[in-house]
Write a protein that binds this ligand. Sequence first.
Ligand code: BV8
Length: 233
Amino acid sequence: MHVFVLTGAGISAESGLGTFRDKGGIWSKFDPMKLATPEAFAANPLAVHDFYNLRRRNLLGAAPNAAHHALARLEKGLADQGGGVFLCTQNIDDLHERAGSRHVHHMHGELLKSLCSRCGARARCETELSILDACPSCGRDNSLRPDVVWFGEMPYGMEEIEAALEASEMFVAVGTSGSVYPAAGYVELARSFGMETCEINLEPSDNAYVFDRKFYGPASETLPVFVDEILKG
Ligand code: BV8
């Protein structure tokens, strides 16, 4: 079986990384329009770098949880059966990779990468980023930004995502509120391709009504059980 899995901030919640729209979430403390748009970065790069440096520090102190490990197990188990997983994450953390998932599509980019707005080079970035840093590729300073997709920017690999969706037989959303597009629209696309859709979340998401099956509770508890069920066939 080929399964398309879309993950959001909720899968990393039990690893200590904040979600965005839950009570006390990131967007209740920080204004996304002042910190997560290209205009915000142009207007105040110092504030934007501080925001992502804080999240990068938190990430380096975090570890994957049982939900991340369950998806790594699903990827291996389905591959052994001749199937596969297309893991599309809205998250910019690397917890899927650290749990052992080998193919992860970061549609909103990666916190542990920098992007040069002058030459387009990407580089691993595990420390603080600032406007003083020079691009390791073209050498220019005041040109590095976090390699993340901000509001108003095109998510990465849209065609690859849509092709993977069309080739899948099941759509599973884990830990996402279904409030950010185009990701929030993928469940409708999955239904239009005729596949079964499952939501695994702490509570019903904004588009819960669209899903065929729903499992509510902490993903570290619900997802391992769900993965066992899929692998049993
Ligand atoms: C774009 C990266 C042009 C940076 C982020 C229609 C079509 C296309 C675009 C739009 C549209 N309508 C509006 C738009 C514009 C906009 C948008 O969607 N705005 C929203 C607010 C209405 N979209 C864009 O700007 C996108 N680009 O439009 O380009 C285009 C046009 C057409 C087609 C293609 C492109 C770019 C969006 C990307 C922005 N970048 N992040 C960063 O991280 O700082 S978005 C941000 O929200 C997060 O990164 C996250 O990825 C994303 C979604 O949030 P969730 O992951 O779902 O997190 P949330 O907190 O909301 O929910 C957590 C859930 O987990 C909850 O349901 C909770 O119950 C659950 N949970 C909690 N704990 C647990 C749990 N579940 C299980 N277990 C637990 N323990």
